[in-house]
Design a protein around this ligand. Structure first.
Ligand code: EPZ
Length: 417
């Protein structure tokens, strides 16, 4: 395993380019399972999770070719319907193959993803929706066994807004007979991007981006070319990097319209965020104002930005209240931030952050993807040296993060643990 060492206290300045969005690329690459022939995906980020999903697609019999950020996939020769435990346990998003395999092959055997550091992460809503489409589902020895002679359109209501649940059901429904309506569907930009990709393949999906998505089943889909949208969470993470280092950075290749809730909260905290011709200009301030946040489904404040925003609030001038409504255990980063001098009190799903602190460098441990991003931000802001172990977590969702931060003037490097 490796660790990242950061010498904190330096202002970040310069320009950084955002990569393609992990959480858009994952379902879009999986959607290639629905089609025979070569699909071409541009601007695919080079991340551990992307390499994992490509391996899974190959194990299922698809051909996958990668050249830089271009990935081509031909699932004409699918010869397996099983997503094994050893792959699914490393990346829960593998459960996204369930819908396409059922739609294409009429059966799927996918390991139950199990929980992770941020919560139990059940997939009951995925399974309930697939049963509504006519699949028979059983759970045997830790695997989801799904079969469906044919899938028929249905009305599906999600008790809880679920991003990958909406994506899984959308992909299952595109080849079903008749019309499927997903109600209380997720509105995330990544869900919209998947719907647009499926429509490029010949699907008939309307309403993506609203709580009601309608899918009219078609007989077959055809391969197409796609470009992955910019990663809004990577963008938000760099915005906060400017905020915690009183820096001045320009973020190019980003899509500000995907980050309105985050931009509003950063501006309330006193961070300057301005749209320029080719990107976002973000300028930190000496006096950061405390701001309360509550994580919500899109377009609310994203849970994937909660840990990063907490670091900014540790440096703010007063008390802030952070309420996490999406995942039941998404405050694991707090104990590590406390080792760096943060004053945070967690009660259930609420964290009260007492600002006005200078963070001090310390050896800390990453526990999940976004928690590790918050530890990098804390290391950039802290006085002294921070060593972050188990950095494989951060490699799952941030492409070349040290290189991008070093280009902005940060002093950090990766060493064997
Ligand atoms: C997606 O996860 C993202 N991952 C997550 O990003 C993100 O945090 C999350 O959406 C919320 O925005 C990908 O897109 C690959 P959910 P997902 O289903 O789909 C409950 C990152 O850091 N739920 O929207 O797994 C669930 O427990 C990752 O990039 C059920 O109860 O999240 C949670 O409380 C982390 N039953 C809530 O819904 C279900 O069947 C939202 O989860 C499904 C979900």
């Amino acid at each position: 395993m490796e660790k990242i060492v950061i010498e904190g206290g330096r202002c970040l300045e310069g320009t950084v380019t955002v990569s393609g969005a992990k959480n858009a690329a994952l379902p879009m690459l999986v959607s290639a399972l629905l089609v025979e022939g070569w699909n071409t995906f541009h601007n695919v980020p080079d991340l551990k999770d992307i390499r994992t999903i490509k391996k899974l697609l190959i194990d299922l019999g698809a051909k996958v070719e990668t050249s830089g950020s271009v990935v081509k996939i031909d699932a004409g020769g699918l010869n397996s319907h099983e997503a094994p435990y050893n792959l699914v346990r490393t990346m829960r998003a593998s459960v996204l193959v369930l819908g396409p395999l059922l739609a294409r092959l009429g059966r799927a055997r996918v390991s139950l993803p199990g929980g992770c550091a941020i919560g139990a992460r059940p997939v009951n809503l995925h399974l309930k929706g697939l049963e509504k489409l006519g699949a028979s589902i059983s759970l045997e020895h830790g695997y989801i066994e799904a079969q469906a002679r044919s899938l028929k359109g249905a009305e599906i209501y999600f008790d809880i807004v679920t991003v990958t649940g909406s994506e899984n059901l959308m992909m299952a429904a595109v080849l079903a007979e008749g019309v499927t309506t997903l109600r209380n569907a997720a509105r995330e930009p990544e869900v919209v991007a998947l719907a647009e990709a499926l429509n490029l393949m010949g699907a008939e999906i309307t309403g993506a981006g609203t709580p009601v998505i309608t899918i009219t089943g078609v007989k077959t889909l055809k391969p197409a070319s796609f470009t992955i949208m910019p990663d809004r969470i990577e963008t938000g993470t760099f915005m906060i990097a400017a905020g915690v280092t009183q820096g001045n950075i320009k973020i190019i290749g980003c899509e500000p319209s995907h980050l309105q809730a985050v931009i509003r909260k950063l501006q309330q905290a006193g961070i300057t965020v301005e749209q320029e011709a080719d990107g976002l200009r973000v300028v930190g301030t000496e006096t950061i104002s405390s701001v309360d946040i509550e994580t919500l489904p899109y377009p609310g404040f994203p849970t994937d930005m909660q840990a990063q925003f907490m670091v900014l609030m540790c440096l703010a001038d007063g008390l802030s209240v952070i309420t996490e409504t999406i995942f039941e255990k998404r405050f694991i980063h707090v104990s590590e931030l406390q080792r760096m001098g943060a004053d945070v009190t967690v009660t259930g799903t609420t964290a009260v952050v007492k600002g006005g602190r200078r963070l001090a460098g310390a050896p800390v441990m990453a526990t999940d993807l976004r928690a590790s991003a918050s530890l990098v931000l804390a290391g950039l802001a802290a006085e002294g040296t921070t060593e972050i172990s188990r950095v494989y977590h951060i490699d799952r969702g941030y492409e070349s993060i040290e290189k991008k931060l070093a280009q902005l003037g940060a002093r950090l490097w990766r060493v064997p643990a």
